[in-house]
Design a protein around this ligand. Sequence first.
Ligand SMILES: *[C@@H]1O[C@H](CO)[C@@H](O)[C@H](O)[C@H]1NC(C)=O
Ligand SMILES: *[C@@H]1O[C@H](CO)[C@@H](O)[C@H](O)[C@H]1NC(C)=O
Ligand SMILES: *[C@@H]1O[C@H](CO)[C@@H](O)[C@H](O)[C@H]1NC(C)=O
Ligand SMILES: *[C@@H]1O[C@H](CO)[C@@H](O)[C@H](O)[C@H]1NC(C)=O
Ligand SMILES: *[C@@H]1O[C@H](CO)[C@@H](O)[C@H](O)[C@H]1NC(C)=O
Ligand SMILES: *[C@@H]1O[C@H](CO)[C@@H](O)[C@H](O)[C@H]1NC(C)=O
Ligand SMILES: *[C@@H]1O[C@H](CO)[C@@H](O)[C@H](O)[C@H]1NC(C)=O
Ligand SMILES: *[C@@H]1O[C@H](CO)[C@@H](O)[C@H](O)[C@H]1NC(C)=O
Ligand SMILES: *[C@@H]1O[C@H](CO)[C@@H](O)[C@H](O)[C@H]1NC(C)=O
Length: 586
Amino acid sequence: MTFSGHHRWLIACTALLAVFVVGANGVDIYLEWNVAIDTTINPTILQQPVITINGMFPGPLVNASTNDFIHVNVFNNLDEPLLLTWNGIQQRLNSWQDGVSGTNCPIQPGKNWTYVFQTKDQIGTFFYFPSINFQKAAGGFGPIRVNNRIVINVPFPKPEAEFDLLIGDWSYTSYKDARSLIQSNNTPGHLNLPDFVLMNGKGPYGYPGIVNYESFTVSQWKTYRFRISNVGNELSFNFRIQNHQMVVVETEGSYTQQITLDSLDVHVGQSYSVLVTANQKEADYYIVATPKMLSTTDNSSLVGKGVLHYANSNTPVSGPLPSGPDPFDRAFSVDQAKSIRWNMTAGAARPNPQGTFNVSNVTLSQTFILHASMANISGLPRYVVNNVSYLTLDTPLKLADQFANGSDVYQLDQFPVQSVKDAAEYGVFVSTGNHKGWIELVFKNDLDVMDAWHLDGFGFYVVGFGDGDWQPELRSTYNLLDPVVRSTTQVYPGGWTAVYAFLDNPGMWNLRSQNLKNWYLGQELYVRVYDPDPNPAKERPPPENILLCGKFETSAPASSPSGPPAAPVPPAAPVPANAAFGQTPW
Ligand SMILES: *[C@@H]1O[C@H](CO)[C@@H](O)[C@H](O)[C@H]1NC(C)=O
Ligand SMILES: *[C@@H]1O[C@H](CO)[C@@H](O)[C@H](O)[C@H]1NC(C)=O
Ligand SMILES: *[C@@H]1O[C@H](CO)[C@@H](O)[C@H](O)[C@H]1NC(C)=O
Ligand SMILES: *[C@@H]1O[C@H](CO)[C@@H](O)[C@H](O)[C@H]1NC(C)=O
Ligand SMILES: *[C@@H]1O[C@H](CO)[C@@H](O)[C@H](O)[C@H]1NC(C)=O
Ligand SMILES: *[C@@H]1O[C@H](CO)[C@@H](O)[C@H](O)[C@H]1NC(C)=O
Ligand SMILES: *[C@@H]1O[C@H](CO)[C@@H](O)[C@H](O)[C@H]1NC(C)=O
Ligand SMILES: *[C@@H]1O[C@H](CO)[C@@H](O)[C@H](O)[C@H]1NC(C)=O
Ligand SMILES: *[C@@H]1O[C@H](CO)[C@@H](O)[C@H](O)[C@H]1NC(C)=O
């Protein structure tokens, strides 16, 4: 090799190394967000408060790449406490940034707090939303993209452009009125139906009185990536585009086997990426989202309607809406769910195939069988898990663990994870998840409406769906070969869904219904994954800017409340003071 050749090679090598190092370490992204109420946006036809971020509804895009560090300085200009959570972002070793009531003190009105977290080893489509006080019903949500590092191949050609599409049910009722209503007067089923389905905060195209509808402009023959999330509160929807097919490529951080569909079911809290090629004649086409398990007419306000607009089109949308599956056709929906599989050979956040780490031969360390239903407790309607309705404390569990060894705040493993209590009760439901063990979670839906469960801190492998009761023998029906990995799964009415997760991420992790009413009224628990090793490389110490509240609030007298609790305080406090200490196995 000549000198100059060698020299060139060295430069190329150094450049490559630099790219690799920068890519591998991620960059810092600084965001400053003002969260406030806006009463002029009026996404439907009535005036109502909407939660905006920097004046935007939905909020701004968080556009990150694998391993980036996101710094979000959140200014709470609401008139009540606020927390944002990052749905599907795993917060590796860092549940301090998860932004749920069990991990963080809320940001008080007029105050700010900076989240700092890394999109460690993740790629994919996610979204954020306010996690307490029913605020999600008023907005405050927005899209998150975690892009592949430049050195890692994506298993499909680069699309012409990407579109974030947040779709969700929406109610006329102000969120404060809605949350007080459901505390006293709630019934399972659809008696509290929402009023609209919005696309990126905009009402259905053509609906009387709706001026702003969502529209995407495309060029003929180009391919686009739509990142679709269901940011709604209770309705699953079927998504489709008139005359166009879509190729499913990604869901909540996993590259899927690419399948071509006419329509896609998206349940509450779920995200997907689909590729759509503009291969029709230059015109405008309907984009629709119709609710599952409800009969609607094409002109219903509960049918989300937007427009796919070809750049040179002068032809407005026309014809009937593209027809979809019967909203009550469960077999269709389950079959489609089973066909969403992991692409074992595609690399994701790392160059090695995502399938190298798989569940074909794992030994389970724990099984939780979680029955979700409703019960009346002290005359109030509540959602329950194994007949326990989660009681939100003023003191986050994570702080209790850190500063008081958990004592007299909550008692670990007090509630059954495989059976249902005879009588419904309130409880601070926290269960041990065995560190570095495989857990099997069986979600059982005892109600006659759709449910969706989400686990913070992990992606889980969706191994099975079934009707009726779950029995251990039904494991033989699981797909252990190539189950998709995601963080939210639907559970059909009267049915069950089984997932596996590898608990290698120590922390205090929220396990919840994504349906807002269910969650707000108690359908959640926490899984405490504990690693006794104090090495901060194992689990991060609390951040320097940690907020203190509840038991650890220092500035205010002990009797003064730190703000409205995230859930109503039940008549009798069920947690016996000091009883827990000494019985807990940690
Ligand atoms: C998001 O970040 C990627 C990678 O840095 C960049 O290529 C892309 O243009 C960004 N997209 C937006 C909408 O900011
Ligand atoms: C609040 O915002 C100020 C100004 O940007 C910043 O210096 C400070 O660190 C923030 N406080 C917290 C707790 O993040
Ligand atoms: C899976 O990913 C590989 C590698 O990127 C790709 O070549 C292949 O087409 C994908 N297979 C399917 C079924 O999507
Ligand atoms: C739906 O709305 C369209 C346009 O507003 C109207 O032409 C059509 O008659 C309506 N259909 C029904 C069934 O009401
Ligand atoms: C799944 O993992 C096992 C090792 O546990 C490996 O032998 C197998 O090849 C993997 N399966 C796939 C499809 O990659
Ligand atoms: C499957 O698991 C068993 C028991 O843990 C182990 O002995 C065996 O080597 C594993 N097989 C593969 C292919 O990983
Ligand atoms: C709760 O009580 C109400 C009114 O008494 C009753 O209609 C409802 O069926 C009860 N719900 C459950 C789940 O028991
Ligand atoms: C749950 O509690 C309710 C009311 O306290 C009771 O009626 C019901 O039987 C319990 N469920 C089960 C499965 O035991
Ligand atoms: C926490 O409690 C456990 C069990 O009660 C005890 O063994 C341990 O030493 C305590 N840790 C601290 C830091 O007090």
